[in-house]
Design a binder for this molecule. Structure first.
Ligand code: BG6
Length: 500
């Protein structure tokens, strides 16, 4: 959506202003938007939290946040000062109604200063237990549904399962209208992820072969080398399935599998994704072991440094049953994808940081070359590299130079940085810009979140009912548990090494 947001008036209310998410992601993203001239001239950020600090202390905190987490730094002090003067801080107890009444008064004052219709953007960068109280507090103060230029931004975790998601969503949709609610899945803001649709639907080349007749399977890997760090408290309640598969990996699957939308309008795109989620074959509770695998990292060696096991991390129970690795095999029951497995895997403390979608094409129907000639040949694959490499690699087979016919795997590459010679914005920059522009295309509609919870729920339940007898079952620095290999080996497949 091409919208000029620079003429708008935006009051950005950041709940949880002193928290980790604000400092690590939101403020650095806003700073980069500011540097590029993407913030409206009439923009203010009202930070709200319970810490007893003042606006100057908030500015100092954010100066440090930008120094540590932003992809660019202020050119000089004047640049920083012009950004810093956009924000102010208010101490508030978010469980008390008065806090929202005071906030409303402050927003009304801003309206009088700007003499214009101000868009109120309420960003909940708080612990999830505050999502419902904030939405209710805002609505009770007259800042919710009836107040049309308002947007509410919700981060994950959105519930812990289907029931808790529904309960939270009921509160959100009682207090705000669905189009006002922006549910974040930050993977959707990544350039390379958005490019999946551009690649598929802006080129005539891929679509004719993008189906069960030519594709053998799709493997989606999001591997992280880091452990859970200081997030033990959160992670113990979450685990890899909730933390990554229910949202990020499921969305990647939707982008690979969806039908072409009639237009790039938010609901056209989201309806097509919804069709995929509805077509995914539910996993029968008694067959969870055939469709899902779990793991938990043990101590191990990573680049010559010893890494602690999950159960030794701060905030983690000594006998924790939480999975730090999860893999799933899913089938999309429709005409395009019948019988094609989609493998999803993600984990902490894996061998490297890499996120990629590997589309493996079927073998040729007939091998004309003598066997020995094709020894080195590999199946044709299209790899969409999400991070750290950003690009697309087509792996195919070519003839080696020389008098004999020998086949060898080769690659054709597209790389973002080389092709566009520009820095790629962070996902949060894209998403914050979209929220300000009021474009919900890259945000989760409630039905999508609900469908994703339904799909993972049989696995969550089975894993909770039956604690893993073999945890911890993979060494830090490895590629995860053997059961993940077995999951795909049952179909005669294997996880291929990430593409360089
Ligand atoms: C978050 C998860 O949603 O995504 C984290 O909660 C994970 O556990 C992170 O590390 C990965 O995102 P990115 O953008 O750093 O790859």
């Amino acid at each position: 959506m091409e919208t000029d947001i620079r003429n708008q008036c935006i009051a950005f209310v950041l709940f949880g202003a002193t928290g980790n998410l604000s400092q690590r992601l939101i403020i650095p993203a806003l700073f980069n938007l500011f540097l590029d001239g993407y913030l409206p001239e009439r923009f203010c950020l009202i930070g709200v939290d319970r810490s007893e600090i003042d606006s100057d202390q908030l500015r100092a905190l954010y100066r440090n946040a930008v120094a540590q987490h932003s992809r660019r730094q202020p050119r000089d002090d004047a640049t920083w000062q012009s950004f810093a003067k956009l924000f102010e801080y208010r101490t508030a107890n978010l469980l008390k109604t008065e806090s929202y009444v005071e906030l409303r008064d402050r927003l009304e004052k801003q309206q009088q200063i700007w003499c214009s219709s101000v868009v109120h953007l309420f960003y909940m960068a708080t612990p999830p237990s505050l999502f419902a109280p904030i939405a209710q507090g805002l609505a009770a103060a007259g800042l919710g549904k009836e107040h049309s230029p308002a947007r509410l931004v919700v981060e994950k975790p959105m519930g812990n399962d289907l029931d808790t998601f529904r309960a939270l969503n009921d509160v959100l949709t009682d207090t705000f209208d669905e189009p006002q609610i922006f549910r974040m899945d930050h993977f959707l803001g990544k350039e390379t992820v958005q490019n999946v649709l551009a690649m598929r639907f802006a080129n005539p080349l891929f679509e004719p072969i993008w189906n069960r007749r030519y594709i053998d399977h799709v493997a989606i890997t999001v591997a992280e080398s880091g452990g859970i760090g200081s997030r033990g408290g959160y992670y113990e309640q979450a685990g890899a399935l909730r933390d990554m598969i229910q949202n990020h990996l499921m969305q990647l699957l939707c982008l690979v599998a969806m039908e072409p939308p009639a237009t790039y309008d938010a609901d056209d795109v989201r309806n097509k994704k919804m069709d995929v989620l509805r077509a995914i074959r539910p996993i029968p509770p008694e067959l969870v072991h055939e469709f899902a695998a779990r793991g938990q990292y043990d101590h191990g060696w990573m680049a010559g440094v010893e890494a602690a096991g999950y159960r030794e991390e701060a905030g983690v129970k000594a006998d924790s049953n939480t999975e730090t690795f999860a893999a799933m095999k899913l089938y999309v029951d429709n005409w395009r994808w019948q019988g094609v497995p989609f493998y999803l895997r993600t984990g902490k403390r894996l061998a490297m940081d890499v996120a990629e979608i590997s589309v493996r094409f079927q073998d040729v129907p007939h091998h004309s070359f003598p066997d020995v000639v094709g020894l080195n040949a590999e199946p044709t694959r299209l790899v969409i590299q999400i991070q750290p490499e950003q690009g697309i690699v087509l792996k195919f087979t070519a003839k080696e130079p020389g008098f004999h016919i020998r086949l060898h795997p080769v690659a054709m590459r597209f790389n973002y940085r080389e092709a566009f010679r520009t820095e790629v914005p962070e996902a949060y920059e894209t998403l914050l810009w979209d929220i300000m522009a009021g474009d919900p295309t890259l945000f989760m509609r409630a039905d999508q979140v609900e469908a994703a919870w339904k799909l993972v729920e049989p696995v969550l339940n089975a894993w909770e009912r039956n604690p893993a007898p073999d945890f911890p079952n993979y060494a830090a620095g490895s590629w995860g548990p053997e059961s993940a290999e077995a999951l795909v080996a049952r179909n005669g497949d294997s996880w291929l090494a990430p593409t360089h």
